[in-house]
Design a protein around this ligand. Structure first.
Ligand SMILES: [Zn+2]
Ligand SMILES: [Zn+2]
Length: 161
């Protein structure tokens, strides 16, 4: 049974699948909120419901060549973590005490929301140029670490002959 993924790999893989729904032109991000190994909420970055996506209208951040992590308000998109918190609010799901698996390190705006949502742990995979978010998490006592990518990956069963 050594092909069975561990919990962190499992939830991070799901976050990656969630990210594939993103309509952002620059970076597809996905996240999964988990408690007691149950998924509470998921989110990916994209425009609000009923609003045209950047992929249809073009994105001002893209057009103006704004560096990663800056002037995020110019984009139509809602960040993955924000969408997951909003989904929790819409459906009445308590996110307090959750662990968040995110494909990218949260930005400082999402970080402030995650802290106040009562998230206890954040596990991310990709880096994001925002030192303030890591500083805020440390200060708030939210455990945060980078996910070590799968070492061996899943072994494929030989299917020849
Ligand atoms: Zn955009
Ligand atoms: Zn964010």
């Amino acid at each position: 049974m050594d092909t069975r993924p561990g919990w962190d790999d499992y939830f991070m893989d799901i976050a990656g699948l969630v990210a594939s729904r993103s309509t952002c032109m620059r970076r597809q991000v996905g996240c999964v909120f988990v408690k007691d190994r149950r998924i509470l909420s998921t989110g990916y970055n994209g425009a609000p419901s009923g609003v045209a996506h950047c992929s249809e209208t073009g994105c001002r951040r893209q057009q103006e060549g704004i560096p990663s992590g800056e002037r995020t308000e110019l984009c139509r998109g809602v960040h993955a973590e924000q969408n997951a918190i909003i989904q929790g609010a819409r459906h009445g799901v308590v996110l307090q005490g959750a662990t968040v698996y995110a494909t990218t390190q949260p930005c400082s705006i999402c970080t402030k929301m995650l802290i106040n949502a009562g998230v206890e742990e954040i596990i991310f995979e990709g880096d994001f140029p925002d030192d303030m978010s890591l500083q805020l998490l440390k200060e708030a006592g939210v455990f945060c670490h980078k996910h070590a990518k799968k070492k061996a990956g899943r072994k494929k069963v030989a299917n020849e002959g």
